[in-house]
Design a protein around this ligand. Structure first.
Ligand SMILES: [Fe+2]
Length: 196
């Protein structure tokens, strides 16, 4: 079955992230990744595999587009599911694990801001089964920076389309706004499903 667009998992207006931004981001950009993932998967079935070449080939273009579209779909689904909450992590297991990993909540936030300012695409809180620890990973595009086997728990989209309408070039204020709206119960469910 073809990949389906998941509906926006919250109906309330976010604090500091406008309805217009959310609509464009979800309905046009995220939905575009889902449509293109379906398209590229179909195209690969029809492609001339005998002409595959690492320097240039249509097959190479399809394979590169395949991971870009797939990760674009997956990371945006987690991103939207992470939103619509009250930004309060207290009482969750992931809150305790974050405090243990970074030493304090403030130290985690500092590291998240830094990762979000350093990345060109995504700052991702992930559970890494290779060392059974939490990590903050940076990705410059949909198909760069991912670590195999990890589960993304919190996906902070730092592409300009996520904030330029609302805060212009002020990415730091956007990250603060993102944190005000995080649904930590959703993050916690993702964490306990893989770490407990
Ligand atoms: Fe995005």
């Amino acid at each position: 079955m073809a990949h389906q667009v998941q509906p926006l998992p919250f109906s309330k207006e976010l604090d500091g992230i406008s309805k217009k931004t959310v609509e464009i981001h979800h309905d046009k950009l995220y939905a575009g990744y889902v449509a293109k993932r379906n398209e590229v998967e179909e195209s690969i079935k029809q492609a001339d595999a005998s002409k595959a070449n690492q320097i240039y080939s249509a097959y190479r273009g399809l394979k590169e587009g395949e991971t870009f579209a797939a990760n674009g779909m997956i990371l945006h689904q987690v991103h939207f599911a992470n939103l619509g909450g009250d930004g309060k992590p207290q009482g969750t297991k992931v809150f305790d694990a974050i405090n243990e990993t970074w030493g304090s909540w403030e130290a985690f936030e500092e590291a998240l801001y830094a990762t979000g300012m350093a990345a060109r695409g995504w700052a991702i809180l992930a559970f890494d089964p290779s060392d059974t620890k939490l990590h903050l990973y940076a990705a410059d595009s949909q198909n760069q920076g991912g670590v195999w086997g990890c589960t993304p728990l919190l996906c902070l989209d730092v592409y300009e389309h996520a904030y330029f309408i609302d805060t212009g070039s002020d990415r730091k204020t956007y990250i603060a706004n993102f944190l005000k709206n995080v649904n930590w119960q959703d993050v916690d469910q993702r964490f306990t499903a893989v770490a407990m």
